[in-house]
Design a protein around this ligand. Structure first.
Ligand code: SF4
Length: 95
């Protein structure tokens, strides 16, 4: 008998799919430091994703990215219009 369909949650992979969450966390940890946002920026971005109604089981419904991976990269921004979080320039305006 098939399992009943689970309602998608507004949550990160760490909650919805822990083994995939670990894989994505390892990917983030392996990013070169110059490509990765500081921990405080990462946490702030993920907090905004957690408050966003586009988040489904750790995936952004706008771009299809795992937000735990997307939010880790300095060069990326939220795909929303306007974006909920933006490119991290580290104080430089080089976008
Ligand atoms: S990346 Fe932007 S649109 Fe996607 S879930 Fe996060 S805040 Fe929402």
């Amino acid at each position: 008998m098939a399992e009943p369909a689970r309602k998608p949650c507004r949550c990160l992979l760490a909650e919805s799919w822990p083994s995939l969450g670990e894989t994505v966390a390892a990917y983030v940890a392996a990013l070169p430091e110059e490509e990765r946002v500081p921990e405080a920026v990462y946490a702030a971005r993920l907090a905004l994703c957690l408050a966003c109604d586009r988040l489904r089981d750790g995936t952004c419904a706008l771009c299809g990215c795992y937000v735990e991976a997307r939010a880790a990269k300095r060069s990326l921004r939220c795909p929303g219009v306007p974006p909920r979080w933006d490119v991290e320039t580290g104080g430089r305006d080089d976008r």
